[in-house]
Design a protein around this ligand. Structure first.
Ligand code: FES
Length: 531
């Protein structure tokens, strides 16, 4: 079909009238169209500026075709259709004269063209981290019939090689944002757009903060081999791990690779417990997106597995490996949360080993102890300025103990042999955090009376959060989603009340976002010690 076949010309205005007035606004089919006669031609465009919707009729024309919107100085070339200053494209309408009639072609471009244009705009907004434009382009993409998952997959593709150390919280939070989106089925359409805006914004922000791209090795291995993959991760051979991953994804699909990825994720107390969380959230995304474009999700994950710091190899957590060796599936020593209250890393790990295969009791004890520690966190440690760097601690050190255990439960549900690793890692969290709690605090003060209303309030409140940095809402979402999941699975579990109370305190006590004096002091102390 030729372009002419798809055009539909509509008489819109009188050429002689426009000659007198230079410009005119015409309302047609719900559109507000600006006509502007210049020395070059008659131009027609949307009167609403694509930036913030102010009327372009109040703009200034130069050089016969350069229209400036006087609100924020965006400039549009009405001849070429280019946005010369600013971002979003302006909708133009082809115009012609027949006698005294001005005719416009008001036919909409094909939806696929509109979707492609919106994605192009989204890419530009992603590269510049233009939050409002991200919202507009996602809105345009959906308006043109695009599925939001398609737009998100594009964003994951743009982000994949931009992170030097691989996967970030942006990917993990995406799964939680989409879970929240599911719960908004009856909400205003704009509320349902918020999770997608936050996801693309967070991916974009994390990419912008790094100097990438950091390309992945090309090619694929001949065949997928789980053991070789785990060995490659263990030796931090990212290129080999990536090639094996590609072979696995192409030949078998992501689900088949899951056990090897899970073993790699739980092998070390790594990346301060983030790795199993990232893995589980990535598989949540796979369930949503299906088996397509999965490299965008898994390549950063594999880089994260290879590059993540292996904290069990540092002195503070040296007891981790012996605890795994001592783990005995026939442990008879029934654990309780009290056992972990004031215990350091080694004592926690010893206690876990002695409880051996008592998985259910250990889970309850460790989840209770993790939540209690969060509830008893002494905030004075958050604000110190004169302690060594290893004593920098804040809420997230405590929330991760809970979300790590929550992610580990999912993994161990189909790989129970990994329980020892999961619990030992929780022991590392608990033992470290024990230094920073004040057990004289009133643990009853944060009691939650109505769990459903409480959780609904937190989660739906995220739709209009006021945190300037993405990382904080990401953690509130992650923790609240994990708590909701734990309660849904076992409403009468012994840790439920304390878990709710801990979440209550976390969302209601301020987090210190920045520590300029502490950073300066610690930097100088380090620099002086260097000599
Ligand atoms: S509304 Fe036109 S430039 Fe901002």
């Amino acid at each position: 079909m030729s372009a002419t076949d798809t055009q539909s010309w509509t008489r819109i205005y009188s050429a002689s009238d426009l000659a007198e007035r230079t410009k005119a606004i015409v309302k047609q089919d719900g559109k507000q169209i600006l006509l502007w006669r210049t020395e070059k031609a008659i131009y027609a465009c949307n009167n609403r500026c694509p930036h913030e919707g102010y009327p372009l009729a109040e703009g200034t024309m130069a050089e016969g075709c350069i229209l400036t919107c006087n609100w924020h100085n965006w400039k549009f070339d009405l001849e070429s259709g280019e946005t010369l200053v600013g971002g979003d494209a302006l909708r133009l309408y082809p115009a012609k004269c027949e006698g005294d009639d001005i005719l416009l072609d008001l036919s909409d471009p094909p939806p696929e063209e509109l979707r492609a244009q919106a994605l192009e705009g989204l890419r530009e907004a992603f590269d510049e981290h233009e939050y409002e434009r991200i919202a507009r382009e996602l809105g345009r993409f959906e308006q043109a019939g695009g599925g939001i998952y398609d737009a998100l997959l594009q964003a994951f593709g743009w982000a994949a090689d931009r992170y030097e150390f691989g996967i970030t919280h942006a990917q993990a939070a995406a799964a939680d944002w989409l879970t929240l989106r599911d719960s908004l089925s009856g909400a205003h359409v704009a509320d349902r757009l918020v999770p997608a805006i936050e996801i693309v914004g967070h991916l974009s922000w994390d990419a912008l903060m790094q100097r990438g791209p950091y390309p992945f090795a090309a090619g694929r291995a001949e065949t997928w081999n789980a053991q070789q993959f785990e060995d490659a991760v263990e030796s931090e051979d990212e290129a080999a791990a990536v090639r094996l991953l590609r072979a696995g994804l192409e030949d078998h699909g992501a689900v088949e690779l899951r056990p090897a990825l899970e073993r790699a994720a739980l092998r070390h107390y790594q990346n301060f417990g983030h790795t199993p969380i990232y893995l589980e959230k990535t598989f949540e995304l796979v369930e949503r997106f299906g088996e397509r474009d999965l490299e965008s999700l898994f390549l950063p994950l594999v880089r994260g597995l290879c590059m993540g710091a292996r904290e069990d190899l540092i002195p503070e957590f040296h007891a981790y490996a012996p605890a795994l060796e001592a783990w005995d599936e026939t442990g008879t020593d029934v654990p309780s949360a009290d056992d972990f209250r004031k215990a350091g890393v080694k004592a926690c790990l010893d206690r876990i080993s002695r409880a051996g295969g008592r998985v259910d009791e250990l889970y309850d004890a460790l989840m209770t102890a993790s939540a209690e520690a969060m509830l008893a966190f002494d905030p004075q440690f958050r604000s110190h300025i004169d302690k060594p760097i290893q004593q920098n601690v804040d809420w997230l050190d405590f929330t991760h103990a809970v979300t790590h255990l929550n992610a580990s439960r999912r993994i161990c549900a189909h790989q129970p042999e990994l329980w020892a690793n999961a619990f030992a890692q929780t022991g590392c969290f608990l033992g470290r955090n024990a230094t920073y709690v004040d057990w004289s605090r009133d643990l009853e003060a944060w009691k939650v009376e109505d769990p459903d209303a409480f959780l609904d309030g937190i989660l739906t409140g995220m739709i209009d959060h006021d945190e300037p940095l993405y990382i904080y809402p990401a953690h509130v979402l992650k923790l609240a989603t994990a708590v909701r999941e734990e309660i849904a699975l076992r409403p009468d579990a012994p840790f439920v009340p304390v878990l709710l109370a801990a979440l209550n305190r976390f969302v209601n006590e301020p987090m210190k976002r920045k520590h300029p004096r502490r950073v300066a002091r610690q930097a100088l102390s380090f620099v002086e010690a260097q000599g």
